[in-house]
Design a protein around this ligand. Structure first.
Ligand code: GH3
Ligand code: MG
Ligand code: MG
Ligand code: MG
Length: 324
């Protein structure tokens, strides 16, 4: 990234997190190419925010897309460039669309200001700029920006929590069951196979009994890590219940699924789990039941049921084995 023509203002912006709800401590990019203007505005703003000044709108757009800014302040009456065009470009680019824009307009140029408002400028100031008004309007935009970021993070977070198993970070059963429907439909439509693996840790109850429930949890987490390492990006792994897991493998037939399952079974049995912060190593084995989607339109519950029956047989036949 090319260097920004930042002014050495020497005023430290307040700590961001501590004061974020006040709308100060923001990162502002001031796009202005008249020294008489920015040499006055930047120091005012930097009393409350971190300010970069960029006289060239093309560069400004580049920085705005890369620089994690809370606010763009754009002079509409740049000497050498078109400030309106910058506003319009910032609104059309994915990475800058959400950044609020505060325009600074000349009092004698109302048509340009109206165009700016149409383009989606969030607020404006008229020259000569009143310092207190500049600060107040900047604060409002920074606060709004922080608030929408906060909302977006919260929504994102709730969605993730709703589909994730808290202990292992894998998907949860609810998500798997709803997504399995989609994967089965896709497989049927495209004429591709779909395999499903149901895995259960052998004698997990005695792991809990012998080492404690927390160590049992460690085993579950470590198992999830190993599952993740052994599957592809398009596979879907979930914690189905207590110590039972399901892996859905699109575009995989029974032959390949058996090889994947056998490799995983062997790697679990062959490498003891390091738990309790590395203080304990315990041997773990798993049993696996396999099934595939048999025909178009088959209910996914039937596919799950066949894997469950196969798993039951693997247990019955002596555990630490794969049954199709
Ligand atoms: P099998 O080989 O037949 O699968 O025997 P098992 O002992 O693994 O199976 P069983 O179903 O009898 O016991 C499962 C145990 O898993 C019982 C339950 O207390 C324990 N469990 C379920 N969820 C958790 C969990 O989140 N953490 C821990 N530590 N234990 C759990
Ligand atoms: Mg059981
Ligand atoms: Mg078990
Ligand atoms: Mg079980």
């Amino acid at each position: 990234m090319r260097a920004i023509t930042s002014l050495e203002i020497g005023v430290q912006a307040p700590e961001r997190s501590a004061v974020s709800d006040l709308g100060v401590g923001g990162r502002i990019l001031l796009v202005d190419d008249r020294p008489s203007s920015y040499e006055r505005l930047a120091p005012v703003l930097s009393a409350e925010h971190t300010v970069d000044v960029e006289p060239n709108p093309t560069e400004a757009l580049f920085h705005a897309a890369e620089g994690n800014y809370d606010l763009l302040i754009v002079s509409l009456s740049l000497e050498n460039y078109d400030g309106l065009r910058l506003c319009s470009q910032a609104r059309s680019l994915e990475r800058t669309r959400q950044i609020p824009i505060l325009a600074i307009a000349d009092a004698d140029n109302n048509p340009r200001l109206l165009r700016g408002l149409e383009i989606g400028v969030n607020d404006y100031l008229m020259r000569p700029v009143d310092k207190n008004e500049l600060l107040a309007r900047a604060r409002t935009q920074v606060r709004r920006r922080r608030y929408t970021d906060h909302l977006r993070d919260n929504v994102q977070h709730s969605i993730e929590a709703a589909i994730t198993d808290g202990l292992t970070g894998l998907h949860n059963r609810r998500y798997m069951e709803s997504h399995l429907e989609t994967l089965a439909e896709q497989a049927a439509t495209r004429g591709k196979p779909l395999a499903l693996m149901m895995l259960d840790i052998d004698f997990f109850k005695s792991i809990n009994d012998n080492h404690g429930h927390d160590c049992g949890d460690d085993v579950l987490r470590e198992f999830a890590v190993r599952i993740r390492k052994s599957i592809r990006g398009i596979d879907l792994a979930c914690r189905y219940g207590g110590e039972e897991f399901v892996i859905v493998m699109p575009e995989t037939d029974m032959h390949v699924a058996s090889m994947v399952a056998e490799r995983l079974r062997r790697s679990i049995a062959g490498e003891p789990f390091s738990i309790d912060k590395g203080n304990k190593r315990i041997e773990v084995t798993i049993s696996i039941g396999l099934s595939t989607l048999e025909k178009k339109g088959e209910p996914v519950a039937a596919v799950l049921k066949r894997a469950d029956v196969a798993l039951y047989r693997a247990k019955h036949d002596g555990r630490n084995r794969v049954v199709a």
